[in-house]
Design a protein around this ligand. Structure first.
Ligand code: SF4
Ligand code: SF4
Ligand code: SF4
Length: 297
């Protein structure tokens, strides 16, 4: 579906040449029915009403009338009749929906909705750019990338191969804080604030989560700028790993550079899983074996 040299392209996928057709994007079950996993491209977990109407029509016409929403927000249409597969794919394709989101590749990019009231900054546009450049790229094992709009981390960035969290750098006005409410200290989840001689002080434990800013009614605390923190090597599954923080505060371009480096280094440094003759390590396992600094060098 994607031409590596010339960017994103929209040629019609054909059964038999779609990457890893069997038991991946399109799953043959019992030789008679297929489970068709689809998502919009280049973007990920947002579907238009027109696309949802197409999904409804396809599952009613060619499938069992059911749709499953996968954990990474792919839509799965189960039990599509094999003889109707070409027709189903064609209708999905016209609506901008493609098989994908399975196998040893960069999976569906997951982002928070920009309209969440807690969002520190929009993340969907950057998610779309990441999807365009890195989506579906072949990798040694699956790679998940998630963006969280704030430190509440609803999109589980800590248990994702590459987890990106929107954060906000805090500014503290030089004046004395006359109000003794101490709300900022109470809401800080990281114990990163204290009040000394009437002044609010922030220590190294500050993650730029921004929670204290909302708590302050006195204009002492303000949002200076927004950016991201990046975590590498988390995963879910039979064993759970938490990503390690790679960067401090970074901007959009640095996020792209970090993702590029992580994916390239993963391809170069991966080994077979212990005891396996063909299964390659997940990204987090490579990071665990080499250490994050050595992995990123
Ligand atoms: S992580 Fe923050 S922005 Fe994203 S859905 Fe949760 S509360 Fe909203
Ligand atoms: S929340 Fe604002 S007003 Fe209250 S102690 Fe903190 S800085 Fe001062
Ligand atoms: S930005 Fe978050 S971590 Fe930093 S001081 Fe405020 S509440 Fe604590």
């Amino acid at each position: 579906m994607k031409d590596r040299d010339n960017g994103f392209s929209l040629e019609m996928p054909k059964v038999g040449i779609i990457k890893g057709v069997l038991a991946k994007d399109i799953e043959i079950v019992g030789g008679k029915v297929v489970n068709l996993r689809t998502c919009s491209r280049p973007y990920s977990n947002i579907y238009s009403v027109a696309q949802l109407r197409t999904i409804k029509r396809v599952t009613e016409r060619y499938g069992s009338g059911k749709v499953h929403l996968s954990p990474r927000h792919n839509l799965e249409i189960p039990e599509v009749k094999q003889k109707e597969l070409d027709n189903a794919l064609k209708e999905l394709y016209i609506a901008g929906l493609f098989p994908g989101g399975a196998g040893a590749s960069v999976r569906n990019i997951f982002t928070c909705p920009d309209w969440c009231s807690k969002s520190m900054r929009p993340v969907q546009e950057l998610g779309k750019v990441v999807s365009t450049y890195f989506g579906d790229r072949d990798m040694p094992n699956k790679v998940t990338i998630s963006f969280a709009g704030c430190y509440n981390c609803c999109s589980r960035p800590h248990n994702t191969d590459i987890g990106i969290i929107a954060v906000g750098r805090l500014g503290v006005s030089g004046g004395r804080c006359k109000n003794d409410c101490l709300e900022c200290i109470k809401v800080c989840p990281f114990g990163a604030m204290e009040k000394k001689d009437g002044h609010i002080k922030i220590n190294d434990g500050c993650t730029d989560c921004g929670k204290c800013i909302d708590a302050c009614d006195d204009d002492i605390l303000r949002l200076k700028e927004t950016g991201f923190r990046v975590f590498i090597g988390g995963k879910e599954g039979s064993t759970v790993m938490f990503g390690k923080e790679y960067s401090g505060f970074v901007d959009d371009f640095e996020v792209m550079e970090i993702i590029e480096r992580v994916l390239n280094n993963y391809q170069k440094k991966v080994a077979l899983r212990e005891g396996s003759r063909k299964k390659k390590e997940r990204l987090g396992e490579v990071v665990e074996r080499l250490g994050l600094d050595s992995f990123m060098s």
